[in-house]
Design a protein around this ligand. Sequence first.
Ligand SMILES: C[S@@+](CC[C@H](N)C(=O)[O-])C[C@H]1O[C@@H](n2cnc3c(N)ncnc32)[C@H](O)[C@@H]1O
Length: 194
Amino acid sequence: MNFVEFLEKTPYYTSKVYRYGEGPPAHSYAPGYYVDAFADRYAPINILEIGIYNGESMRIWDDWFVNGNIYGIDIDCTSVDRANERNLSNRVQLFCGDAYSQEVVDTFEDNFFDFVIEDGSHRPQDQCNAVNLWLPKIKSGGKMIVEDLPGLDIAESVVNFADKSMISSSKIFDLRYMKDYYWPDDILVELVKI
Ligand SMILES: C[S@@+](CC[C@H](N)C(=O)[O-])C[C@H]1O[C@@H](n2cnc3c(N)ncnc32)[C@H](O)[C@@H]1O
């Protein structure tokens, strides 16, 4: 079973869950990007997502990465509380704090994460700043993923803003035309740590 097939079966809903025409509209990140990036379900990875909200994506990472350690951070402490009510496994750790603050970022070890997903404030300035704040915390070969970019110009700004001494490659995934409706911020950037 690949990641898209898994999502089709999951009862959880976030806009990351794309069910090929069923249910509410959603992003195309799963078929357009995560199906390959998250191909190794059994790897003992460390993954952090900025932005927990109701904890639905935490449940997805928890169920998909069966040997993974899942970290979530949200500035809204009630998000952490809601997620903690969702029967997450003991491989999930949630934190309340500002993910764009150096002080909070520095509570995590350097070269630790395989993936950091930015799905927080969605403000372009934060989307740019998050990259250089979090890249030191990512392992060599690990990935910084910035979701929900509101245009190719902002996606290019994220790439341009990234400290080139910390990345080996960058790629913009423009998924706005992948399905039968147009979702304006269906754009994702992947940066690979050097
Ligand atoms: C789109 S929701 C996250 C959705 C979740 N990742 C999912 O897929 O189900 C965005 C979340 O980012 C959080 N957020 C906004 N600014 C933040 C910040 N500075 N630091 C951490 N979290 C932030 C919001 O409180 C909100 O819960």
